[in-house]
Design a protein around this ligand. Structure first.
Ligand code: COA
Length: 181
């Protein structure tokens, strides 16, 4: 996080569902055609019933959002009984490059540890280099066994972070040169 930036991560409020839905749709639409996924991305109210939707607030403005899926349920990406999932990460274009995305990912790592989960899993599109660098930098491992092909033929790359219950630290590490992410 940039010095002097007042950043708070907290649960989304119902009066913010529309604003947060717009933010996620705008961020994802810039990456490619969304098709039917747009309605899913926009429906913050639905996912807040079975998952934790957080917002990052910078000096009073909603700068970003992430959805933490603690355990198997409607928004989980598999039936892994020990898994948790990070989904719908988006930072408003005006707030990028200041550590908001990293703070939202770290928040999910903390939630997964608090939940006592064994691993945190996420997916990103194969062309999304910004996101891949972020996950690599924060200590996720590229997990080709979790890759799958989306409905529009695009490949989704799996990432996982194994969580040790005895280690409370977030897995910062130097970005690996020549990695597969
Ligand atoms: C991926 C995303 C969430 C990152 O958010 P962010 O707040 O910019 O993240 P951070 O500031 O923590 O880190 C971004 C990285 O880009 C760099 N950066 C600098 N200026 C930037 C800018 N204007 N825009 C994007 N990245 C910038 C940062 O320094 C940082 O360095 P790194 O490349 O070494 O990792 C954001 O770009 C986004 O919403 N993208 C569109 C939606 C998306 O891809 N979501 C994830 C789907 S899996």
């Amino acid at each position: 996080m940039m010095a002097g930036m007042g950043l708070v991560i907290r649960p989304v409020r119902p009066d913010e569902f529309d604003r947060v839905g717009d933010l996620v749709v705008d961020a994802y639409a810039a990456l490619g055609d969304l098709g039917g996924y747009e309605a899913v991305l926009r429906d913050v109210g639905d996912r807040s019933r079975s998952a934790e939707v957080a917002v990052a607030v910078v000096n009073g403005a909603i700068a970003g959002t992430v959805t933490f899926v603690g355990s198997v349920g409607p928004y989980a990406e598999s039936h892994d009984p020990d898994g948790s999932w990070l989904r719908m990460l988006a930072v408003d274009a005006a707030f990028r490059g200041r550590g908001v995305g990293a703070a939202l990912v770290e928040w999910c790592v903390r939630r997964a540890r608090e939940f006592g989960r064994s691993r945190l899993v996420l997916h990103t599109t194969d062309r999304n280099r910004d996101a891949q660098r972020l996950y690599d930098r924060l200590g996720f491992d590229r997990a080709p066994d979790l890759d799958w092909q989306g409905q529009r033929g695009n490949w989704l790359r799996g990432y996982r972070m194994e969580l040790s219950s005895t280690d409370g630290s977030v897995g910062w590490r130097i970005s690996r040169a020549g990695g597969d992410g």
